[in-house]
Design a protein. Structure first.
Length: 263
């Protein structure tokens, strides 16, 4: 069944030991605790380097049934001049052991540099390299594009052709548009403020919750920026992944918990 999942990026962060984890909670058990309060965590360490297969297996075993991880793909696949030449880096990342997560493996996040412009032929060549399964585990892909040239109908059509999601990046720094291009929604909420106990203000969280429910039901909310008009008819219900991440990271778990409460 389609499901809404709310979480943060990673689980090891010193300030969380003062405002999220219980006092004197063992560092080795932080994933155990976080995965029982949140419903998804984005693994970011995979962006910077290859993780061990045994690590993925341990993370799987340390979390409860129904929990899910999303995994940020290797920067060596996305931070390059010609994406069409990323095949070897993609294969190395996919084969690193992510399939050990099994049913707890959520979408793979492919994050591109802010300087990476949209080139239709090169980007389609990249999408053609993305596998749909790894060691018998189905794969879903989300594109986090960070250059304004991706705010185009040509890009949206290409993403829909390949059934990959486009990340809704709620940010002051990167292009923000929420046109749905895949069969799930992936949002990264990056406007958090440290002075707010729940990362976002209460009315902002109410608005995020309302949008999340519309996405989950198969619709597309009116209150978000778009490139194209929203479709008149809703699609099928879909999975939604919501992350409080980046800015005001020390408040991210509180923001996630506040959104979960509203949902």
């Amino acid at each position: 069944m389609p499901r809404i999942r709310v979480g943060v990026g990673g689980w090891t962060y010193e300030p969380w030991r003062d405002n999220f984890y219980p006092a004197k909670w063992p560092h080795a058990r932080e994933l155990e605790y976080a995965s029982r309060k949140l419903s998804v965590i984005e693994i970011n360490s995979t962006y910077h380097g290859t993780q061990k297969r045994t690590s993925f297996a341990k993370w799987r075993d340390d979390t409860p049934d129904g929990f899910m991880f999303t995994v940020k793909a290797s920067r060596y696949a996305t931070n390059r001049g010609k994406l069409a030449e990323a095949g070897e880096s993609i294969e190395r990342f996919i084969g690193s052991g992510i399939a050990e997560l099994g049913p707890k493996l959520g979408p793979l996040l492919w994050q591109f540099m802010p300087t990476k412009r949209f080139d239709a032929d090169d980007f389609e060549a990249f999408l053609n390299l993305l596998p749909r399964a790894a060691e018998g585990v189905a794969l879903r892909h989300a594109m986090e594009v960070r250059h304004p040239s991706f705010r185009s109908s040509e890009y949206l059509a290409l993403a829909r052709k390949h059934c990959v999601a486009t990340v809704f990046t709620d940010s002051d720094e990167y292009p923000t548009f929420a046109d749905v291009t895949g069969d799930f929604v992936y949002a990264r909420l990056m406007r958090g403020r440290s002075e707010l106990p729940t990362c976002y203000a209460p009315d902002e969280l109410d608005a995020v919750a309302a949008c999340t429910k519309v996405w989950a039901a198969g619709g597309e909310p009116d209150a978000v920026p778009r490139v194209e008009p929203a479709p008149a008819a809703p699609a099928a219900p879909r999975d939604v992944f919501m992350f409080f991440i980046s800015r005001a990271k020390e408040r991210a778990p509180a923001g996630a918990l506040a959104l979960i409460e509203r949902l």
